[in-house]
Write a protein that binds this ligand. Sequence first.
Ligand code: GDP
Ligand code: MG
Length: 440
Amino acid sequence: QLSTKLQDVFKQLKGKGKLSDKDVKLALREVKLALLEADVNFKVVKQFIKTIEERAVGHEVMESLTPGQQVIKIVNEELINLMGSTQSKINFAPRGITVIMMVGLQGAGKTTTSAKLSSHIKSQGKRPLLVACDVYRPAAIDQLTKVGKQVNVPVFSMGSDKNPVDIAQAGVNYAKENNLDVVIIDTAGRLHIDEVLMDELKNIKALVKPQEILLVVDAMTGQDAVNVAESFDQTLGLDGVVMTKLDGDSRGGAALSVKAVTNKPIKFVGMGEKLNDLEPFHPERIASRILGMGDVLTLIEKAQQNIDEKKAKELEAKFRKAEFNFEDFLEQMQQIKNMGPISQLLGMIPGMNAAKLNEIQGQVDEKQMAHIEAIILSMTKAERLNPSLLNMSRKKRIAQGSGRDLQEVNRLIKQFEQMQGMMKQFSGAMKGKKGKFKFP
Ligand code: GDP
Ligand code: MG
């Protein structure tokens, strides 16, 4: 995995006091291989390494007090640049109706993403309308109607015997008449790019003049996603990209290459099949995830969406002070269940590299949540608040009380201590840095 590989390379660099040009070149060779293996576009990798080399082999690094960290800092900055440096938002029309056209190949996730996006936009206080322009796939209209209902956004459709261009226009008119201000057009896809599809999309574009044409691409298709983006951009002109299925085991290369190849930003990423699994794309957060610096901001945002704000603030403060105890753990468990797969959340904690993640993941999966809950419930309140009380006889009692074996109880306590250790490390790194990254 990309992040494990890079973290290994950098661990070696950090250990060294002084770096020679040769050290840096060797490390960058490893970085290059790791990126290529993660399916990042070849040309992008070449340029990326060249830029870093120019900065890293020279004064900027050699004269700094911590050369290894300096190299990592440069790689982090260039990763962020590669992905577009800042978060790119939807362009809303200054007045009147904003039209967003969703385009992409079949199965990329257009319909799902249309609903996710409408829900996201609605939560910003806007009044979206979904318009069903895929008249070719048999159940496409029903699918959009269904997901629209789930997120409580109206869906405009005219059946499957009308022309998509007319439907799009009628949808915009419907929005005007009904005081809705954002129109999201779900268009048809094809297995491959062809002229008929492109002509249809061009005609819709010419008629409704969208503020945003968003291409939906599947991260799992790797470099194909980048090629698709390039050709859609050439024929249609894109404003941004939504990359779906980043929750799957894609190697992430497409997310790193798309901006560099097409010069169009990724605006959102799809992180699951559920209709709240859409996240704004933050280049700096993704970069820090790749370099194993965790992604506490996303974690906290997720917490805020699913837990009420006061609770999230408390959680954040506890994280920072490393005061999280079993009592909190228990309380959060219910809410964490709503936040998404545990592995995904764990990956956002700083210091959590892929190896650690695998180790912990093997032990905590969703199915085991109930067991963990039983074990914690068998602790006394004093034990939950102060886990250092847990000596052997107490552990035995807890094992009996929860019906789990002693090994499992021990494992949970050990994991918990690991987690606390990581939080301490993180809160140490935050101190005195005022929101700036420190490289532990
Ligand atoms: P369309 O043909 O482009 O409209 O694609 P759909 O919206 O019908 O999605 C195709 C499949 O991909 C569906 O099964 C979706 O549930 C799934 N899907 C869409 N986005 C994501 C995502 O971000 N993560 C995962 N795991 N699945 C997704
Ligand atoms: Mg569809």
